[in-house]
Design a protein. Structure first.
Length: 355
């Protein structure tokens, strides 16, 4: 395992916040398993199996590409406890073995797709969620976790803070709403299955999350900055950089997601981010430049390419004051600073493959 990822797993384990034994001997299905945050949850399950003699956690890793699964998890994907399920999350789950816990993280989050493939964005959050909730109901699963987004809260008016219950405007006839609207429906399905059928569904709304499993081809600025730093290029900024962002290191987010899965009340939603890590994009560019592999790396201003339709509607894009009091009430707190988090992220790419 990449040493940065291994150390993150050990750090998560050592917090003592989660009773990992509740997963021992159980089967955990993770959809979108090789995605950025979902793969960290899979790595945590792998870590438990590899370091705890009595863990015996069976991993069902669902994704559309067996090759991407192997690329992400390396030799671990061939372990006896690991089963790669190669299919679209919207397909029937009838052939998938019974699961005790289901983590639904499959979906398309890149803003590049909102205007070109809106249906592909909508279906995993709606049809895919419905199918997995039905599976959780049939399997009498002990836990179900849906990866939603702050985008489900829509565009909010100026206010001092944003919490889970704050909801704003989304125009269903604006094609860029395909992500937020479908996440909203996914959340409503979770609440409905919890209320009507007793499925212990919980919802997390991760914000801007970064770390060693980051896709360097992601269209978002912080991913592009890391890519520049890893490849020894100057940091290219395509705007004035005065927009504020709220970031959360992937290790902290992973711990939060497991805590919600195992300990949060059913039928509840939780914002997952780090309100202490707020930074303007230009300041983040300068921070990443200071951590680059090449001494003397500069931040340079670039113009957007023609046809670049990058769209972001996360409320935390406009309102950086996010309340995670509900998550903190479960005992969670962030541990990794922005500087340390981006240092780990860059180092992970310089030390080898993700697995």
């Amino acid at each position: 395992m990449n040493p940065v990822i291994f150390n993150d797993m050990k750090e998560i384990f050592d917090t003592g916040l989660v009773d990992w034994r509740r997963l021992y001997g159980k089967t955990v299905l993770v959809s979108g398993a090789y995605g950025m945050l979902a793969s960290y949850m899979v790595f945590m399950l792998i870590f438990l199996n590899e370091t705890q003699p009595d863990a015996d956690i069976r991993i069902l890793a669902l994704g559309r590409s067996r090759k991407k699964m192997a690329d992400r998890f390396g030799d671990y994907a061939s372990r006896g406890y690991f089963t790669a399920v190669e299919q679209d999350v919207c397909a029937s789950s009838s052939g998938i073995p019974r699961a005790d816990f289901i983590i639904h993280a499959a979906g398309h989050s890149s803003p590049r797709l909102y205007g070109t493939h809106p249906v592909d964005v909508i279906l995993p959050n709606t049809t895919g969620t419905l199918g997995l909730l039905e599976k959780a109901r049939a399997d009498q699963a002990e836990g179900f976790l849906f990866f939603s987004s702050g985008a489900a809260q829509g565009l909010l008016d100026d206010r001092d803070s944003i919490a889970e219950q704050d909801m704003g405007y989304l125009d269903p006839m604006d094609v860029s709403s395909c992500y937020g609207e479908s996440k909203r429906l996914g959340e409503t399905l979770c609440k409905g299955y919890c209320r009507q059928y007793g499925v212990p569904a919980k919802v997390v709304r991760p914000g801007h999350t970064y770390g060693p499993t980051l896709d360097l081809n992601d269209s978002r600025s912080f991913a592009a900055f890391v890519s520049d730093a890893v490849h020894g290029r100057d940091i290219a900024m395509k705007s004035a950089g005065d927009v504020m962002r709220v970031f959360c290191y992937i290790g902290d987010a992973t711990l939060a997601c497991f805590k919600v899965l195992l300990d949060a009340p059913a039928g509840e939603a939780y914002l997952v981010t780090d309100p202490d890590n707020v930074l303007a994009i230009r300041d983040l560019a300068a921070l990443v430049a200071s951590l680059s592999r090449r001494p003397g790396t500069r931040v340079v201003r670039m113009h957007r390419e023609a046809g670049d339709t990058h769209v972001e509607i996360l409320p935390m894009t406009r309102h950086p004051r996010i309340s995670v009091a509900k998550l903190q009430a479960l005992g969670w707190k962030s541990r990794v600073s922005l500087e340390e988090g981006f240092r780990r992220t860059i180092q992970s790419f310089l030390t080898g493959s993700a697995a």
